[in-house]
Design a protein around this ligand. Structure first.
Ligand SMILES: *Cc1c(COP(=O)(O)O)cnc(C)c1O
Length: 393
């Protein structure tokens, strides 16, 4: 028996372990400290009432012989696929029913899609980056190269025609930087991918946070994207489904490749995946009803208000930041030339506020820091005030 040696090359994910360690040490020495956590990468508001009602109704159906359901058919239930098809129509994107696949979230599909591609492909990811893109490829032994996201390009790298890549990951709005591509910028990536015969794996997990009309909710809003983009989305951040688990992946039938990627993905999913629970698909359907949309938008507006509180606080301090406008993340430049971890320690000890050091997301995160809007208004306002006092008080 031989094991997959590539796992030895996966970097230890020490970021959140190290944060927890430093926090534990500080609290042990200062048990009275009132710590505010502004590094939360998970939603905090509960599921919308329309979603919970739909789950209750579906659970009752499962308990009656007339309405009981067993295995899920094909790529998902028609009621949910049609709801998503209709949602995309709202962005002016016309998808075929068989191009939409229901999943248990974006993370699994972002990893599983790699089944369709040879190990001998070059993968291009932006740095800083959501670690899943890199780790899943390292596990399969693929070569990973990076496109630098820096202050000079507003954390939105554009393609370099001299670089050859086969599989390109784009996340917009971005985690961790909060930066989001406009349609015109995304068009440059689409043109590059087509010229290279590459595929773009587009992660739109944060599309529901977009406020700027120039930023597309779906990559398919860009001309030519249906030839080269596979899109991953999830209700995790949109509707608080991080613990409920439901997402969707779009694999266009028109993708240009040596084989039929849409057919391959259907074959892969029907072989290795048996679908998302009926109760959860009904819950997801409720997100797309007018009532559900109204309710989830209230929650998103709550987080957006927190982002505004943080941004105005940073403005007052004269700190430079990115994101916030189309994303729950604010990516700030550490003041006084401090490193990410130095700023982390100072923020923890002087303001009792915890955030996420940017360098945990890649080398270009050095000297940057991520704050999130997933806390309460009260705590966000208090954290903002404390940061002001620490720097300007
Ligand atoms: C949270 C998040 C997701 C969503 O993952 P799920 O598996 O659907 O919960 C996807 N991509 C990024 C970049 C994320 O931050």
């Amino acid at each position: 028996m031989k094991i997959n040696q590539n796992y030895a090359n996966v970097k230890k994910s020490y970021l959140f372990i190290e944060i927890a360690h430093r926090l534990r040490e500080y609290v042990a020495a200062h048990p009275e400290a009132d710590i505010i956590k502004m590094g939360i990468g998970d939603v905090t508001l509960p599921l919308a009432p329309a979603v919970v009602e739909a789950m209750h109704r579906a659970a009752d159906e499962m308990g009656r012989i007339e309405t009981f359901r067993g295995y899920v058919d094909d790529n998902g239930y028609d009621f949910l696929i049609n709801a998503i098809k209709n949602y995309y129509a709202g962005f002016g994107v016309d998808l075929d029913y068989w191009e939409i696949f229901i999943s248990d979230g974006a993370k699994s599909d972002l990893g599983n899609i790699l089944d369709l591609f040879d190990a001998d492909n070059t993968v291009l990811v932006t740095d800083p980056v959501y670690p899943v893109y890199v780790d899943t490829n390292v596990m399969a032994g693929r070569r990973v190269i990076f496109a630098d996201a820096t202050e000079e390009n507003n954390f939105l790298p554009l393609p370099d025609p001299s670089v050859k890549a086969d599989i390109i990951y784009l996340c917009s709005p971005n985690n961790p930087t909060g930066a989001a591509y406009t349609r015109a910028q995304l068009k440059q990536w689409v043109d590059y991918a087509k010229a290279q015969n590459a595929v773009i794996l587009f992660d739109s997990a944060y599309e529901a946070f977009i406020t700027d009309p120039d930023v597309p909710h779906s990559a398919y809003e860009v001309e030519g994207a249906c030839d080269c983009v596979i899109e991953f989305c999830s209700l995790s951040k949109t509707a608080g489904f991080t613990g409920t688990r439901c997402g969707y992946t779009v694999v266009p039938k028109t993708l240009k490749a040596e084989g039929d990627l849409n057919g391959m993905w259907l074959r892969r999913q029907t072989t290795k995946f048996n679908g998302v629970a009926y109760v959860i698909q009904r819950a997801a359907e409720a997100v797309f009803t007018p009532e559900g949309q109204r309710q989830i938008k209230e929650n998103i507006a709550y987080y957006q208000e927190n982002a505004k509180l943080l941004m105005s606080g940073l403005d007052r301090c004269g700190i430079k930041y990115f994101g916030g406008k189309n994303s729950p993340y604010i990516w700030l430049k550490c003041p006084d030339g401090l490193g990410s971890w130095e700023f982390f320690d100072r923020l923890l000890s002087e303001a009792n506020v915890v955030g996420t050091p940017g360098e945990g997301f890649g080398k270009n995160g050095r000297g940057y820091f991520r704050l999130t809007s997933f806390s309460t208004h009260e705590k966000t306002a208090e954290a903002s005030e404390r940061i002001y006092k620490m720097l300007r008080g």
